[in-house]
Ligand binder design. Structure first.
Ligand code: NAD
Length: 478
């Protein structure tokens, strides 16, 4: 018997959760359930995180959380509970299997069986944003080595366990050489430890286009958070409906299971929504907690129901489907099929679906880190970079000089182009001029002089080399 936490959520949440739980119960799942309230009601009662502190205690005690979709009210400083839950509980891995159910569910891609493994905690979803000038806001994209190692190792271990043949990595490291560059580098390092599994890397733009056009070319795909968020919806949708896919959020001690879709408020309360996405999440949960036979039994009954042509409105097609049903009737059809095997699809077997035991991240030996310069970001509403360079002259010392100015990353001084459009946000790079190593005191001195000369410094970013390799971007065009 496993004690789990359940949240019925908002919109279609309660209907699809009731349907899912009725199937789990009929199949003999050994579960004790603690229900908690999360989502809209909690938000609107004035709790901006959408969850009460007591509910956290229950989630942390039970460790396994089955969650229906929730509605995050727009504006008003409401924080997404999904993002908070993933990060608070360290659920670093988001696993989203997307498989087509041809010929029973209409899809342009009859051969498609992809698993998207999305990094779940960092990247632009660190949610660190600032407005810095009248014209410019920024969002910090944070990628860490532990974050990359954990998710990429998870992808390869998953591929090995599930007997999948290939792991593909998507990044945009031709542009983001430090952040996506690290993800790609760690992918190459870890891939080398799994010689029996093919590996490949695609630049995300062409990779995504290929995935949408020829998904049969892919197997497991691992990617940073934002790309994974977007592309897992694309992958689910092109199998036939977003209503079909489930998602597992896995951490070292806790795990959360859900549907990939949202609360679909327009369909709510009408007994129409497809419970399959949440059911798929629940099946992943059962195999995660070791109830693999029950998981397989439910999956086979579900596949059989889809084969029988008993379909909810989102996948119902004249000529393919046999009977259009609502949420409850669909669940009843799955229950009636418990014990049956699918006749055309490969029956599911979850014999080897135990939670993956990954090694704990080992911190590497610190590299030799050297300060090579500093970028002063300046709010200035002039338009000529030459004029700004003049204004910055008094900041220079014998040891430290202005080496470059960029605007939105593109070099505008020295030798900028008149055609380059400039905002009021300037990056002014100072570096040692005579080979003397740069010190933190030089930065303090630069800032002091900037204030003295009415230069509005909005932030500084130190430039470092690690083991002799410069670890900061050049100006575009530099
Ligand atoms: P959505 O996924 O809720 O719905 C988009 C459309 O997809 C719906 O209008 C419906 O036509 C269809 N659809 C989705 N699930 C379906 C199902 N099970 N059966 C049949 N049709 C289904 O996306 P949205 O409308 O952008 O978001 C609605 C709300 O859900 C928002 O408040 C959003 O913040 C929230 N949301 C929550 C989660 C989550 O809790 N994990 C995820 C995404 C969105």
């Amino acid at each position: 018997m496993t004690r789990i936490t359940v949240a019925k959520g908002d919109g279609i949440g309660p209907e699809i959760m009731d349907a899912t739980l009725s199937i789990l119960q009929a199949a003999g799942a050994q579960l004790e359930i603690d229900e908690i309230e999360v989502g809209e009601k909690v938000y609107l009662a004035g709790n901006t995180s959408g969850i009460a502190p007591e509910a956290w205690d229950i989630i942390r005690r039970n460790k396994i959380f089955l969650k229906a979709p929730i509605t995050t009210p727009q504006g008003g400083g409401y924080k997404s509970l999904n993002v908070t839950t993933r990060k608070f509980l360290g659920l670093y891995s988001n696993v989203r299997p997307c498989r087509s159910l041809h010929p029973f569910v209409k899809t342009k891609h009859p051969v498609m069986d992809i698993v998207i493994i999305r990094e779940n905690e960092e990247d632009l979803y660190a949610g660190i944003e600032h407005q810095q000038t009248d014209e410019v806001v920024q969002c910090l994209k944070l990628i860490s080595r532990p974050g990359c190692e954990k998710i990429i190792r998870y992808a390869f271990e998953y591929a090995r366990q599930q007997k999948r043949k290939k792991v593909t990595c998507f990044t945009k490291d031709n542009i983001m050489k430090q952040t996506d560059g690290l993800f790609h580098k760690v992918f190459d390092e870890i891939a080398a430890e799994y010689p029996e599994i093919q590996n490949e890397h695609w630049i995300i733009d062409i990779g995504a286009a290929k995935m949408a056009d020829s998904p049969e070319l892919f197997d497991v795909i691992v990617m940073p958070n934002l790309y994974g968020d977007v592309l897992s919806d694309v992958a689910a949708q092109i199998t036939g409906s977003v209503g079909l896919a489930g998602s597992a959020n896995i951490g070292e001690s806790c795990a959360m299971f859900e549907a990939i879709h949202g609360s679909a408020p327009r369909v709510a309360g009408q007994d129409r929504a497809n419970p399959s996405g949440l059911l798929q999440g629940a099946i992943m949960m059962l195999s995660h907690i070791g109830q693999t036979e029950i998981a397989a039994k439910i999956q086979n009954a579900w596949l059989r129901t889809i084969e029988d042509g008993i379909h909810t409105y989102d996948i119902y097609r004249e000529g393919i489907s046999k009977q259009k049903v609502g949420t409850r009737a669909f669940a009843e059809a799955v229950i009636a099929n418990l014990g049956q095997q699918p006749q055309q699809f490969q029956p599911a077997s979850y014999a080897e679906a135990a939670p993956l035991q990954l090694p704990k991240y080992q911190r590497k030996q610190a590299a030799a880190k050297k300060l090579e310069g500093v970028d002063l970001f300046v709010h200035w509403s002039g338009t000529s970079a030459d004029e700004l360079a003049q204004l910055l002259q008094p900041l220079q010392t014998k040891e430290v000089g202005l080496s470059m100015i960029t605007n939105r990353g593109i070099k505008v001084w020295p030798n900028g182009f008149e055609e380059t459009f400039c905002t009021d946000h300037w990056r002014c790079r100072f570096k040692p001029t005579n080979g003397t190593p740069m010190q933190k005191e030089d930065i303090i001195e630069l800032l002091r002089k900037a204030t003295e000369n009415q230069i509005d410094t909005i932030k500084t970013e130190n430039l470092y080399s690690f083991n002799g390799t410069a670890a900061f971007s050049l100006g575009q065009g530099q």
